[in-house]
Write a protein that binds this ligand. Structure first.
Ligand code: C2E
Ligand code: MG
Ligand code: MG
Length: 754
């Protein structure tokens, strides 16, 4: 492409050539520029009317006009005064489209006047006028001015060039306007790009198609630490530096398909420091889509990444031990399950809870406790494989994920190793040591469960069983135990509902003295009037209650019901003694005696001696000072105390002697078989003797027949309770039974048959 000045130079030389030829032919000096009709305009010399010369002039002027018309530049020829004497086609067309008044700057008008008139609107106009004047006056060889031309529809740029028609001599001039808009826009956008390139905070690398760096901006030198001198001419080496397999290919593919690739990479500064960069690569192609350059823009995102990593750490890691926290555990566990599923491996999920950690905290303070926890975390990590995960859930609870583990042997070895490292003493406050152990529950994928929640829950349940089993051990989740636990808790829940709905009622079983048939009292035996299952005996539900959190509440219910019943009978004129069964845990509860006394106080019509508590021998003989205290307090308050199921607890004579009880109840198992089993018979006999020796009353329970009653009478035990006398019955049947019993006097036959 020819530049405007080249165009002008070409034009000027053509003009000179024409002039030369004319002068050769005419033999005179001719300032020869003629218009299209062949009329001389600028001729200022002698003119010879030679036919050949005119013809030649005409031919040359035609050629010259054709040349001028073919040019895209707007060209005008001025005479020495600045009058426009000829214009080319482009000039004319421009005038026609852009200025309705063609005379304004068309042929015949004075160009200098036009410029002067426009100078108010455009500053460049007066500069143009001055420049052209200087050319006309031979003060300048050449004048050039670039100026914007604003028309309503477009903004264009022109280059005005003026040159004398005869170099070094005053006279006419050629004026040319060349549209340089495109070049101007390109320059402006280049300038903008260059200022962006220089001022950008992002590093910019420009490479040639072979990846050789051709330019770098200052930001990149700052980021990379290399000077531009060290970089330019070197391979951008972006591909070899990416250690991710397949990434170069991915970049190439993306560049080929979309002309662009962006992503995050890790690179090394000149100092050797690794940094994180966000990279965007664009390709610039020629019209045939062949790469011309690659533009690589790089932002240093090391700090952003570090910040994000810090946020991630805070959200996913335990602040104290640095171990993954509960949130991250969920992710890791799900990931481990997916992995185990794909590779058909076993995954062990272990729930670990330290034993007796609280005393360390309480005794040595929390910072020591923290120190131990950190130490535990390190030991756990040390004892496990690289592929295993240790998480801290909080407090002294940890979860271990052991993927791809062989459950037969390898798992036990891993857990033994953990137990071992935890048994090692912990240094506390520089010197003192403390020992720690752990209870671990484990559940295996896929055998025990297949989803994260279930596995964790099962491992947790197994951990509780390990604790219950005596701590310092690991236990595998036992589905049937878990099932039992589930049933247990649902049973317990329905018992609570039953209590609220007063579904528990009492049957009363008389105890009599066979010597005179006197009713000693009645034992309150609980029953559950179940809305669906009917009347349930204690064997169906008591085991759920005993040892549960509702045991005490249940005992209070029994006490209240018994007292209310006693009071009701009293109001019917029936003064009775009622025994209630008190469980071992109730007995161990401080304040039981006070509670009973307080409840009794609500029934002033009742005497304390009308209430008896039956405590199991097994519960009473435990060397528990609270039990002894309660029993003593009850007796001091006037209550009766009897030792239930005596013979099952193997109490030694020494213990028995100290027990504050009024009565022994011989366990029904001995009584039942005493007629056939000599051993049971002698046990019954010795209990009777012992009671007598220690001055206690004795009651035989489970007296099913009169035969039993007779034998017992013979042995010296007159107080009996059992089906042979009466079955337990509802409260409202008691008065009727008493009446019948006294009327029939069946006990009297016992003495006579003897
Ligand atoms: P226990 O205190 O030794 O009560 C005697 C049990 O023997 C009662 O069973 C009674 O029905 C049964 N029994 C009485 N005479 C005979 C007999 O001649 N032959 C046979 N085979 N059994 C006889 P029950 O009512 O099923 O109570 C069982 C146990 O449940 C009671 O044994 C007592 O330990 C406990 N229990 C009952 N009610 C309560 C209560 O309100 N609270 C507490 N904590 N335990 C209770
Ligand atoms: Mg009893
Ligand atoms: Mg009993």
């Amino acid at each position: 492409m020819t530049t405007p000045s080249e165009e002008l130079i070409g034009l000027a030389s053509q003009l000179r050539e024409i002039e030369q030829r004319i002068s050769e032919v005419s033999g005179g000096t001719v300032d020869a520029i003629v218009d299209r009709e062949g009329r001389p305009h600028l001729l200022r010399g002698a003119q010879q009317d030679l036919h050949g010369r005119v013809e030649l002039q005409r031919r040359f002027s035609e050629q010259q006009a054709a040349i001028l018309d073919a040019l895209p530049a707007h060209i005008a020829l001025l005479d020495a005064e600045g009058n426009i004497v000829a214009v080319n086609k482009a000039w004319r067309q421009f005038g026609e489209t852009n200025s309705p008044d063609t005379r304004f700057c068309g042929e015949g008008s004075n160009y200098l006047d036009v410029c002067d008139r426009s100078s108010g609107a455009a500053a460049e106009a007066s500069e143009a006028a001055a420049g052209i004047r200087a050319v006309l006056n031979a003060q300048r060889e050449r004048f050039s001015l670039e100026y914007p031309c604003h028309s309503p529809d477009q903004n264009r740029w022109f280059n005005l060039i003026s040159a004398p028609l005869r170099a070094g001599q005053p006279g006419g001039a050629v004026v040319m306007h060349i549209d340089i808009t495109e070049r101007k826009l390109a320059e402006m956008s280049l300038r903008r790009a260059a200022s962006l390139f220089g001022a950008s905070n992002d590093g910019v690398l420009i490479t040639d198609p072979d990846g050789i760096i051709r330019d770098v901006n200052p930001a990149f030198t700052l980021i990379s630490g290399y000077s531009s001198h060290e970089l330019v001419g070197q391979p951008a080496a972006i591909h070899p530096r990416l250690n991710t397999p397949g990434l170069s290919e991915a970049i190439d593919a993306s560049l080929a398909a979309q002309g662009h690739w962006s992503g995050e990479l890790r690179a090394r500064r000149k100092s050797g420091e690794v940094y994180e960069q966000k990279v965007s690569v664009s390709v610039i192609t020629d019209e045939n889509q062949h790469p011309l350059n690659y533009i690589i823009i790089i932002s240093d995102i090391t700090r952003i990444k570090a910040h994000a990593a810090e946020l991630d750490r805070v959200a996913h890691y335990d602040a104290l031990t640095g171990l993954p926290n509960r949130r991250l555990l969920t992710d890791r566990l799900e990931q481990a399950i997916r992995h185990a599923r794909r590779y058909e491996e076993v995954l062990a999920v272990c729930y670990l809870d330290l034993d007796h950690f609280k005393p360390i905290n309480d005794h040595w303070g929390h910072s020591t406790g923290d120190q131990v926890l950190v130490d535990v975390a390190r030991r756990l990590e040390g004892a496990l494989r690289e592929s295993d995960t240790v998480c801290r859930l909080g407090g002294d609870e940890f979860v271990l994920l052991l993927p791809g583990i062989d459950p037969d042997g390898e798992l036990d070895r891993a857990l033994d190793r953990i137990m071992e490292v935890l048994h090692e003493p912990f240094d506390i406050n520089g010197g003192k040591t403390s020992r720690v152990s752990a209870s671990i529950g484990m559940a295996l994928y896929p055998e025990d469960g297949e989803d994260a929640d279930a596995l964790l829950r099962y491992a947790d349940q197994a951990m509780y069983s390990a604790k219950a089993g005596g701590r310092d051990r690991y236990l595998r989740f036992d589905r049937s135990a878990a099932q039992r636990l589930k049933e247990h808790s649902s049973q317990l829940q329905s018992i609570v509902t039953g209590l609220e709905r007063q579904e528990f009622i009492f049957h009363f079983q008389p105890k009599v003295d066979l010597r005179d048939g006197k009713l000693i009292g009645v034992e309150a035996l609980v029953r559950w009037q179940h809305p669906e299952h009917g009347l349930l005996s204690p064997a169906r539900f008591l085991d759920f209650v005993i040892g549960s959190e509702i045991e005490i509440r249940f005992g209070e219910y029994v006490l209240d019901a018994a007292l209310a019943q006693l009071s009701a009978w009293q109001q019917q004129g029936l003064t009775l003694q009622v025994s209630i069964n008190v469980s071992g845990n109730e007995l161990r509860q401080p304040g039981l005696a006070d509670r009973i006394v307080e409840r009794l106080g609500q029934y002033p019509e009742l005497k304390p001696g009308q209430l008896e508590i039956e405590v199991l021998e097994t519960a009473a003989i435990q060397n528990n000072s609270q039990v002894l205290l309660t029993l003593n307090q009850c007796r001091e308050a006037g209550l009766q105390v009897s030792l239930d199921d005596f013979g099952t607890g193997y109490s030694s004579l020494t213990v028995f002697r100290q027990l504050p009880v009024d009565t022994l109840k011989i366990d029904q198992s001995f009584v039942r078989d005493m007629l056939e089993d000599a051993e049971d018979c002698s046990i019954v006999e010795s209990v009777i003797h012992m009671a007598r020796a220690f001055n206690r009353s004795v009651v035989a329970e489970g007296v099913e027949t009169m035969g039993h009653a007779r034998a017992l009478m013979r042995m010296g035990c007159h107080q009996v309770q059992g089906y042979g006398i009466a079955r337990p019955m509802p409260a409202d049947q008691i008065p009727g039974w008493i009446a019948d019993w006294q009327r029939e006097k069946s006990w009297e036959t016992l003495g006579t048959t003897n």
